[in-house]
Design a protein around this ligand. Structure first.
Ligand SMILES: [Cu+2]
Length: 567
């Protein structure tokens, strides 16, 4: 297990990005199959390295010769012990090997893409020592609804039902470069088991850090893991990302005020790795059932997935278990969505998992719910101002292959599952929430906002009352002079139950924490949510994070009964 070179050894060089000094090592977790329980501090340069020896480089550009990616890589798993998971998480500039022609220069957690997988149970406490070692950001933005301070960070545990206050899942915490904080997130004993994830969430910085690769899976073990057929299945976490890079495989700085034809988030290529590897291979034997836990950890890309000649049997969306496996040919994951599925291998052969990416402007990918109304105008193929499309970015591609070979015992699928379907309670209040993209007269770019107002932390938030339920109708509000865009609605702390789409009641309500808002003018989702037990400030926003960083976000404050309410 000894690494020939300690992680203390880094290779500093000057990068062309805003004069930032990058230092990094290749720390890809090659060949880590299954779980490695590791309580060492992976972010501490003095900590012993316990992973299989990663490749190393002394030059920032070429890949190590002969370094072939393993059959199926998995992020290292850090498991809770004794009721807690202690993690040191270091955000830093890094060189990472995704299997591309060159190593990429980007921002990453602990030099790895994706970050480690955290594994806990209900009742555990997450103790995260979050250190920001990113370089100082060069850019200055005159306005809060533009990319700014994009190397300031913090941490969101997306989908976890935990406190948004204090030093828990608090996205108002600010950790500038060079600083660090200790977070303590107590997970309720009755927390549902499922797949969640963690990522940075500082407004103005989240898109930049996500598109660079800063994200990791977070597994809560629970009742779903006790289902016999699920427990018998070999498990793969699959973190799907869209890494946006320049021509030299480097993460480019955002442009707060782009010129005509420029992008807020410039890039010339997009890589779609699974667990930090381009086009890995999963092996199965005919008749084998595997459990795949898929996460769309892209900054803003919608992902449509299909596996040649195979169905998915969906167990859960967003970590929230269904009543029974739901067969599906296609999975459409909005950014932030998770789909946990069983796959039963067919006849021997090689089968591709095909990803069709979609963007807010071009969301018409397989599995996308149909828009209710046509868009008022269709943008040209170059996209809307500030969001040009890179050639080939949205082409369908194989991101993973399944090799079906060998033999083994036949495996079954479960018929029933421990469904997540708690009562919501009587609706105390109804709200209409509008996601808006308006084109101000004379302005080159759209102005994003909730109810027409760009995010401002000083603005009074929505104030639901603790212990009450509300019904929200979130509408894609038409804006003059601008084509409609698809969005992904996400709210922190409490999941929601979708009851209607575009005014039509769903045959069966759907629990989610993130849901696409389709592109048509006036399209809507109606949802119910119960503000059960965690007061505090949080946000709801578009999980297409470039839009959130441009203002498509709003505050929520869950107040105790009797507290003064202004909104
Ligand atoms: Cu969020």
């Amino acid at each position: 297990m000894a690494d020939p070179i300690s992680r203390r050894t880094v290779f500093a060089y000057s990068a062309g990005i805003a004069g930032a000094t990058y230092a990094g090592i290749v720390a890809k977790e090659h060949a880590e199959r299954g779980r490695v329980a590791d309580q060492a501090d992976p972010g501490d340069p003095a900590a012993p390295v316990t992973s299989p020896a990663p490749g190393r480089v002394t030059s920032p550009v070429p890949r190590p010769r002969g370094a072939r990616p393993p059959a199926f890589p998995a992020p290292r798993v850090l498991s809770a012990a004794g009721g807690e998971l202690r993690v040191t998480l270091t955000a830093r500039a890094a060189l990472v090997d995704l299997g591309a022609p060159q190593l990429i220069r980007t921002y990453a957690y602990d030099n790895a893409i994706p970050g480690r997988t955290w594994e806990i149970r209900g009742g555990d406490t997450l103790r995260v020592h979050l250190r920001n070692r990113l370089p100082a950001a060069a850019g200055r933005a005159a306005r809060p609804d533009r990319p700014h301070a994009w190397t300031t960070t913090n941490l969101h545990t997306h989908g976890l039902h935990v406190s948004p206050a204090g030093h828990a899942d608090n996205v108002f915490l600010e950790i500038p470069p060079g600083e660090e904080q200790h977070l303590e997130i107590a997970v309720p004993r009755d927390h549902p088991g499922g797949l969640f994830w963690y990522h940075p969430h500082w407004p103005g910085a989240a898109a930049q850090q996500l598109r660079g690769g800063m994200a990791g899976a977070l597994i809560v073990r629970g009742a779903i893991d006790e289902v016999e057929e699920v427990a018998a299945a070999r498990e793969h976490v699959m973190v799907l990302q869209a890494i946006e890079l320049g021509g030299r495989y480097e993460l480019l700085d955002p442009v707060p005020e782009p010129a005509a034809g420029q992008s807020f988030f410039p890039r010339s290529r997009v890589l779609y790795p699974v667990n930090g590897t381009l086009a890995p291979t999963v092996t199965m034997y005919p008749g084998e059932v595997q459990r795949w836990r898929l996460l769309n950890a892209a900054a803003g890309t919608f992902m449509s997935l299909r596996l040649a000649r195979h169905d998915f049997h969906v167990l859960a969306w967003d970590g929230l278990t269904l009543r029974a496996p739901d067969p599906a040919r296609v999975l459409m994951l909005s950014p932030g969505n998770r789909a946990e599925v069983l796959v039963r291998a067919g006849r021997p052969g090689r089968y591709d998992l095909v990803l069709t990416p979609g963007s807010s402007q071009y969301p018409d990918i397989p599995g996308m719910p149909a828009a209710g109304a046509p868009s008022p105008t269709e943008p040209g193929r170059a996209g809307v101002p500030g969001f040009p499309v890179v050639p080939g970015e949205l082409a369908a591609r194989a991101v993973l292959s399944v090799e079906v070979t060998g033999h083994g015992p036949a495996m079954g699928l479960p018929t029933g599952l421990p469904a997540f379907d708690p009562p919501v309670g009587r609706i105390a209040r109804r709200r209409d929430v509008a996601f808006t993209a308006r084109q101000p007269r004379g302005a080159p770019f759209p102005a994003f906002g909730v109810d027409g107002v760009p995010f401002d932390p000083a603005r009074p938030p929505y104030r639901p009352v603790l212990g009450t339920a509300e019904e929200w109708t979130v509408t894609n509000a038409p804006g003059p002079g601008l084509a409609q865009q698809a969005y992904a609605f996400h709210v922190h702390t409490n999941p929601f139950r979708i009851t209607k789409r575009n005014g039509t009641r769903l045959a069966e309500p759907a629990w989610r924490d993130t849901c696409v808002l389709t592109k048509g003018a006036g399209d809507s989702i109606t949802l119910e949510t119960y503000f059960a037990d965690f007061p505090g400030r949080l946000t709801e926003h578009c999980q297409v994070l470039p839009q959130a960083d441009l203002g498509l976000m709003s505050g929520i404050e869950i107040v105790r009964p009797g507290e003064h309410r202004r909104r």
